[in-house]
Design a protein around this ligand. Structure first.
Ligand code: FEO
Length: 404
């Protein structure tokens, strides 16, 4: 892609990675991704905002052939999909100054061999004039690393937010279509930002003090309707859990699957939405996305060598790491002779602030009494979710402004 103008003398550059299918050797990318950099051409100076994954340096180098030399490189975040081409830029532009915060500088010195004299360290709220354009640096820590910051360009009301508000979506469009981007942005939030929900909310409050007409993230398209993604982020980070059961499961000899099938129907009969995932084929991003709104997690697992199946243990570990706002959790499954599956899953989920509901563990093939136990579990979940909904309703009455 050539440089694309967002507004007068502000360009989206970088690489659209249509073919990448895995990020951090962990996160599936069903729709590819992009590594966005931005170029701001001022009347006196020029700034490049972020770089690209070093494997895609050639794309950025070609785009810079068509632009004036940058005086400043703004580094928002040290993860190398954004900072990784910095050494090549410093070599190509010997006068280039890196502008970043003190934490980012320390991390860059750790990760990349950069000369200490190339840095200009900025403080939160500090500005840098490019002549007719001004860069204002807004520290936004923990979205999703400690050094992350954003840059606001007041003359054009653009917030360059780095990973914050991003999406793993390869698209030829400059601006986001809200219907196209929503699922990818939610997945991205779930995979990257969800463990930092309280910090996300604080940073939304911080950046929205500034008038914003565009948000330029470091992955996915630019938002020319920024309120859409800001409202979505507030919901994901601060909204109450919903009447949804996230049901990841694995079954070796069909007994656990029979239980999962029965519970799925029992919950649906009681008006509870079930999002179920076969862990042998699951896309981890879909599972993470489900956790954003799930009121309850029910993990279905057989017992293997006295503990949970490794795929179920991995799902519990993932949920524990992502720290969703889920309120309830439990385990169902079949075992051969004995085991400590429930205790192991509880230990793997020890960081979740959930109430553990009565598990249903069955020796061998589930029978009538076991299906009745699953019905009681469905009753309990439906009742707990009704309580959640009533609390949401009561809260909405308290928060509603008085009109008239
Ligand atoms: Fe897109 Fe945290 O790097």
């Amino acid at each position: 892609m050539k440089a694309r103008e967002i507004c007068d003398n502000v360009y989206l550059i970088g690489h659209v990675d249509w073919d990448r299918r895995l990020f951090d050797a962990l996160i599936p990318l069903p729709h590819g991704t992009s590594y966005n950099a931005y170029f701001v051409r001022g009347s006196n100076k020029n700034a490049l905002i972020d770089t690209v994954d070093p494997a895609k340096w050639a794309t950025l180098a070609g785009q810079l052939d068509e632009l004036p030399a940058p005086d400043y490189l703004i580094i928002h975040h040290v993860e190398q999909d954004h900072s990784g081409s910095t050494p090549m830029l410093l070599e190509r532009f010997p006068e280039l100054t890196i502008v970043c915060n003190a934490k980012a500088k320390a991390m860059l010195l750790d990760h990349l061999a950069i000369d200490d004299e190339r840095f200009q360290v900025v403080a939160d709220g500090e500005t840098l004039s490019l002549g007719d354009k001004t860069l204002t640096f807004v520290f936004t820590p923990w979205v999703h690393w400690p050094e992350t910051m954003s840059t606001w360009l007041p003359e054009d009301k653009i917030l360059f937010s780095c990973d914050f508000f991003g999406s793993h979506l390869a698209t030829s469009d400059l601006f986001a279509d809200r219907h196209e981007v929503y699922d990818g942005a939610k997945r991205y939030y779930a995979e990257i930002m969800m463990p930092f929900g309280p910090q996300v909310l604080k940073n939304i409050d911080k950046v929205t003090q500034y008038p914003i007409k565009y948000i330029g993230p470091s992955h996915g398209p630019v938002y020319d309707d920024p309120q859409f993604i800001i409202d979505a982020y507030r919901d994901w980070a601060g909204g109450e859990p919903q009447n949804i059961v996230c049901l990841p499961f694995v079954s070796m000899h069909e007994s656990t699957r029979l239980m999962v099938d029965h519970l799925t129907v029992a919950l649906a009969d009681r008006g509870v939405t079930v999002e179920r995932f076969d862990l042998t084929t699951v896309d981890a991003g879909e599972l993470a996305s489900s956790l954003v709104h799930a009121g309850t997690i029910v993990l279905g697992t057989p017992t293997v060598l006295t503990g949970p199946h490794p795929l179920a243990a991995n799902a519990a570990f993932l949920a524990n790491a992502l720290r969703p706002r889920t309120r309830f959790a439990t385990v169902i499954g079949s075992y051969g002779w004995a085991g400590r599956t429930v205790e192991s899953i509880q230990q793997l989920m020890d960081r979740l602030k959930v109430e553990f509901l009565e598990p249903v563990m069955v020796k061998g093939l589930p029978r009538t009494a076991d299906f009745e136990a699953l019905d009681r579990l469905a009753d309990t979940i439906a009742e707990k979710h009704r309580d959640l909904a009533q609390r949401r309703f009561a809260d909405s009455l308290v928060c509603r402004p008085v009109v008239g």
